[in-house]
Design a protein around this ligand. Structure first.
Ligand SMILES: [Zn+2]
Length: 462
C-alpha cells in the first residue's frame, strides 16, 4: 500500500510539473457520471448549448455553416432540432482546418494532434489544454471500471505507435519505471517466436492490466493455450477493432478474467466503456453528446450513423461529427446502476488480419495505418488478401498522387509481410461499404480455417 501511495504522490507531482489538471477534474467527472439520468442529460444539454454558442460566435467555419443552413444556436431547443445542423465530416476537418480554429485561444494553451490515419491519411486536430485535462480525467474515471488505478502496471499489445512513449531518453525510462509502469508490445506483426518473446516480457513485467487490439490478443491467447502457458492478469480491456464473440470467449477463457471493451477516437477522446454487466458500453455523457442518426433522424434501438459533439473543445469545436462508425444507442436501464446511456452495439469498425501460410498474421488496422502514412498521395486504400500471396489493392487517388507510389506501396506491403506477393491494383473513386453497411479497409479472404494445424497455424473456426 505504501509503494502504491508513493507512486500516486509522484504521479500528482509529475502532473503538477507538466501543468496537467486531469486529477483536479476527476472528482467532477465522477460526480456527474453518478447523477440520475434526468439531471445527467440536462447538464449535458446545457453544455451542448454553450458549445453551439461559442462555435457560432468565435469560429468562422460554424458561423458560415449555420448561416448557410438558415439557423442560429437558438434554433436548437431540443434533441429533435439537432439534425438542422449539418454533419461535420473528416473532409471538413481536412479542408477547413484554419476556419475551424477559435482564434481567441492563446497559442500556449493549444495542443496539436492528429488522427491515427488507420483508414486514410491523418487529419490535423487541435484542442485546448483544459479540454485535454478533462479528456484525461474521463479516461482515468472509466479505466477504474475495469479495475485499473493510478500507477498500476499496464501492458499494451497495441498497434498505433503514436500512443507509445515519445522518447526513449534516460529520463523518460526512469519516469516510465516510477510512474507510468507501462510495457508496450507492438502488435502489427506476430508469429510464434515474437509471441514467445512477449510472453517472457509479460511474465517479468507482471502487469495488472493488459490493453490490446482484439485480433492480436486473440492470437496471443491461442498461442498461450496451444503451449500450455499461463499468465495471471487482473483485467483486460480492448479497443480499436471490432471485438468478435469468438475472440471474447477465447481470451476470457485463457486469461480467466472478463474483457472490458471500450471505444475512443482521437477526434473526441474516450467515447464509451463496458461495465461489469458486459452488455453494451456506457456513453461518456460528461465529455460528449452522441447521436445515432438514420435517414436524417435521431434513432434509438436501431443502427444509425454515430454523430459526436465534443462538449469541451473550445480551440477547435467538433460539432455533429460523423466519424464513419455505425452503432445502436438505447435508453435501457443497465443492471449495473449507471444512468449513462448505452451504446448497445458498435458495428461499423471492423478490421481483419492478413495471414501467412505459417500461421503468423498482421493486424489490419495498424498495418494499413502504417502503409498509408508513408504514401501521402493515396487518399484511401483498401487491402484485400485474396490468397496467401495475392492481394487486391483498391486505391483512391489523392490530389498529390504519383504513379510511382503504387510501386512503392507494393514494395512496402511485401517488405512488411516479409513475402513475395502479387497485386491486382484497382483505382476506385471511393471504398464502397460491404452489404452490411460497414466499410472495411483491410480484409482477408484466406480465413483461419485454411491454415494447416501442423504448420503451427491457428485453426479455430470463425
Ligand atoms: Zn452498466
Amino acid at each position: 500500500m505504501t509503494a502504491r501511495w508513493i507512486r500516486q504522490a509522484l504521479l500528482r507531482l509529475d502532473d503538477y510539473r507538466n501543468g496537467d489538471k486531469r486529477l483536479s477534474y476527476l472528482p467532477e467527472v465522477e460526480r456527474e457520471c453518478a447523477l440520475p439520468r434526468k439531471e445527467l442529460l440536462s447538464r449535458q444539454w446545457d453544455r451542448l448549448a454553450k458549445t453551439l454558442d461559442l462555435a457560432y460566435e468565435q469560429v468562422p467555419f460554424y458561423r458560415k455553416r449555420f448561416q448557410e443552413a438558415g439557423i442560429t444556436p437558438k434554433s436548437i431547443q431540443a434533441p429533435s432540432d439537432l439534425p438542422k445542423i449539418p454533419f461535420l465530416t473528416r473532409e471538413d476537418l481536412r479542408n477547413h482546418q484554419s476556419e475551424l480554429m477559435n482564434s481567441s485561444i492563446r497559442p500556449e494553451d493549444l495542443i496539436e494532434t492528429a488522427t491515427g490515419g488507420t483508414t486514410d491519411s491523418p487529419v490535423h486536430l487541435s484542442l485546448d489544454r483544459e479540454c485535454l485535462a478533462r479528456r484525461r480525467a474521463c479516461t482515468l474515471h472509466f479505466q477504474q471500471w475495469w479495475g485499473a488505478g493510478l500507477g498500476d502496471r499496464v501492458a499494451s499489445l497495441w498497434g498505433a505507435e503514436q500512443d507509445y512513449p515519445r522518447t526513449e531518453s534516460f529520463k523518460s525510462r526512469v519516469r516510465g519505471w516510477a510512474l507510468g509502469r507501462a510495457l508496450y508490445l507492438q502488435s502489427s506483426y506476430l508469429n510464434d517466436g515474437i509471441m514467445q518473446g512477449y510472453y517472457k516480457k509479460l511474465v517479468e513485467f507482471r502487469p495488472k492490466t493488459i490493453q490490446a487490439y482484439p485480433t492480436p490478443l486473440y492470437l496471443f491467447a491461442c498461442f498461450l493455450e496451444k503451449n500450455n502457458l499461463r499468465l495471471p492478469i487482473h483485467s483486460i480491456n480492448v479497443a480499436a477493432e471490432y471485438l468478435y464473440g469468438y475472440q471474447r470467449e477465447k481470451i476470457e477463457s485463457v486469461f480467466s478474467t472478463r474483457i472490458y471493451n471500450w471505444y475512443g477516437a482521437r477526434e473526441v477522446g474516450h467515447i464509451a466503456t463496458e461495465c461489469s454487466i458486459h452488455q453494451g458500453m456506457h456513453l461518456n455523457c460528461y465529455g460528449l453528446y452522441v447521436e445515432a442518426v438514420k435517414d436524417g433522424k435521431v434513432v434509438e434501438n436501431e443502427p444509425g450513423d454515430l454523430i459526436f459533439t465534443d462538449l469541451f473543445n473550445r480551440a477547435m469545436p467538433i460539432i455533429r461529427y460523423r466519424i464513419g462508425d455505425l452503432g445502436v444507442i438505447s435508453a435501457r436501464a443497465c443492471a449495473c446502476g449507471s444512468a449513462l446511456p448505452l451504446l448497445e452495439e458498435l458495428t461499423g469498425r471492423s478490421t481483419d488480419a492478413f495471414w501467412k501460410r505459417d500461421g503468423s498474421f498482421t493486424a489490419g488496422a495498424s498495418f494499413c495505418g502504417r502503409i498509408i502514412k508513408e504514401c501521402q498521395g493515396i487518399k484511401q486504400l483498401q487491402i484485400i488478401q485474396k490468397d496467401f500471396e495475392r492481394f487486391q489493392l483498391n486505391v483512391v487517388k489523392g490530389a498529390s498522387f504519383r504513379e510511382e507510389e503504387v510501386e512503392e506501396l507494393k514494395q512496402r506491403i511485401g517488405d512488411f509481410l516479409h513475402a513475395q506477393l502479387t497485386f491486382d491494383v484497382v483505382f476506385v473513386d471511393e471504398v464502397l461499404p460491404e452489404p452490411s453497411g460497414k466499410v472495411i479497409f483491410c480484409k482477408s479472404e484466406v480465413g483461419r480455417a485454411s491454415i494447416p494445424d501442423h504448420e503451427g497455424g491457428h485453426t479455430t473456426s470463425v
